[in-house]
Design a protein around this ligand. Structure first.
Ligand code: ARG
Length: 459
């Protein structure tokens, strides 16, 4: 059934009808549409625009429609233009003329703005819960690996030794910022657009703040024209999820590298790996690769919606219907990315010996050797030069600094003494780094305690 047949004398072209419809994808927020309509009629009755009997008839009709959709008795196959017309048509079919009063003082423009906000708000809460679980998984890895030594990299070249706890601490920070961004997007969007009408409000005496309260919004929006044209909250969400996907992609990239034969820092669980159809020996990190790959489509949605919105004059334009499929796809995608990352991390094994062995190679203690000289009153720039020569000697003779004899040290600089070995041992290099945020045992223990408190404060 159409909601706007009166003015027309001809049937809509079939191609146009198919092109214009949104029921095939906006049916996913039927519950939010019904919830919004119930709040609307409660307010209409409170304001004596509907009688209490009319309100109750409409509410019961809407609830029976919701139940039948839930049970699969009602299907979205009647050719309605969108979920709003679909539900209204079924309401009129079920309860007769009273159903025709539902849309009093309302437009589909404020209705769709409301439904989408209700839907997105619910999904943000799901995303937050999933992210909370992922943060818990990251924290577990940190707690278990305070003294698991590994090389830290810059330019993907071994740089200085660190610990697995410290490395994962960086991801804890990224994901907690992601969590925070979702909270602030949710806070900013939490204003009810209902009662804005097509864009200019209405002459009925609506109580917009009452509806807002019924629907758990902080209050009603201030400007009715902005209410129906604003899609900023979707752009913010897509931006938040783009950044989150970027973080997941970086972690995936590291896992893929760590899982190669050349590194073998990790062993992916069979349940999170796949095989090759031709090479029997292969165990591929497809899931990590797909998490990395899907960031592309998430960014795509952000750019897509920004582009759709950029030329739109106020107020509502049908272009805005395009916000739905990309937002839905992004929300669905990112929900699975977070779930899969949590599962992958919880099933993955770390090869501690391989990581520690790798931390020892590659002259990762060269900075500490230079710092040793500085403590013996050599200027840092000179110390850098001396250790540079040590490294060159080491490369030429295929020796790590730890394996030099004291004579070899002294040949390059008289300042070296027996205590150099202790100063550049892997344990010293890591454990003595105790500036706030560093990998030393004292510093990382404090960081983990703080991270725990942050996580607890989210519940
Ligand atoms: N399906 C439309 C959308 O998603 C609903 C609003 C329609 N409003 C209108 N004036 N045609 O934006």
């Amino acid at each position: 059934m159409k909601l706007w047949g009166g003015r027309f004398t001809k049937e809509t072209n079939k191609l146009v009808e198919n092109f214009n419809e949104s029921l095939s994808f906006d049916n996913r927020f039927y519950k939010q549409d019904i919830r919004g309509s119930i709040a609307h009629v409660k307010m209409l009755a409170k304001q004596s625009i509907l009688t209490d009997e009319e309100r109750d008839r409409i509410i019961n009709g809407l609830l029976s429609i919701e139940k039948d959709i839930d049970n699969g008795v009602l299907k979205f196959d009647d050719g309605s233009e969108d979920i709003h017309s679909y539900i209204e048509a079924h309401l009129i079919e079920r309860i007769g003329d009273t159903g025709k009063k539902l849309h009093t003082g309302r437009s589909r423009n404020d209705q769709v703005a409301l439904d989408m906000k209700l839907y997105v708000r619910d999904e943000i809460d799901v995303l937050k819960d999933l992210l909370y679980e992922l943060l818990g998984e990251v924290l577990r890895i940190m707690e278990e690996n305070k003294s698991t030594y590994m090389p830290g990299f810059t330019h993907l070249q071994k740089a200085q030794p660190t610990t697995l706890a410290h490395h994962f601490g960086a991801y804890f920070e990224m994901f907690i910022r992601d969590y925070d961004r979702l909270c602030s997007t949710r806070k900013r969007m939490n204003l009810s657009p209902l009662g804005s009408g097509a864009f200019a409000g209405t002459t009925y005496d609506l109580d917009r703040d009452y509806v807002a309260r019924l629907l758990d919004f902080d209050m009603a929006t201030r400007n009715s024209m902005d209410s129906v044209s604003d899609r900023d909250y979707l752009l913010e969400l897509l931006a938040d999820l783009s950044i989150l996907s970027m973080h997941l992609s970086r972690l995936s990239e590291e896992i893929i590298i760590w899982n190669t034969d050349e590194y073998r820092f990790v062993e992916m669980d069979d349940t999170y790996s796949t095989g090759s159809s031709i090479m029997p020996q292969k165990k591929n990190p497809d899931i990590a690769e797909l998490i990395r790959g899907k960031s592309g489509r998430v960014y795509g949605s952000l750019i897509s919606l920004l582009t759709t919105m950029k030329g739109l004059p106020l107020a509502y334009n049908k272009d805005m219907q395009e916000d739905k499929e990309m937002s839905f796809d992004t929300i669905d995608t990112v929900k699975s990315l977070i779930k899969l990352m949590s599962g992958m991390l919880s099933s993955m094994k770390f090869n501690n010996e391989k990581m520690a062995g790798s931390a020892k190679g590659g002259f990762t203690n060269a900075t500490d050797a230079a710092d040793y000289l500085v403590k013996k009153n050599v200027a840092f720039r000179d110390a850098h030069e001396i250790v540079g020569r040590l490294v060159l000697y080491g490369i030429e003779n295929k020796k790590a600094l730890d394996d030099f004899s004291i004579e070899e040290f002294k040949k390059i600089s008289e300042y070296f003494d027996q205590d150099i070995y202790e100063a550049i041992s892997l344990k010293t290099c890591v454990e003595k780094r105790n500036t706030k945020g560093a990998p030393g045992l004292k510093a990382i223990t404090e960081e983990i305690e703080a991270s725990k408190r942050i996580l607890e404060s989210l519940r």
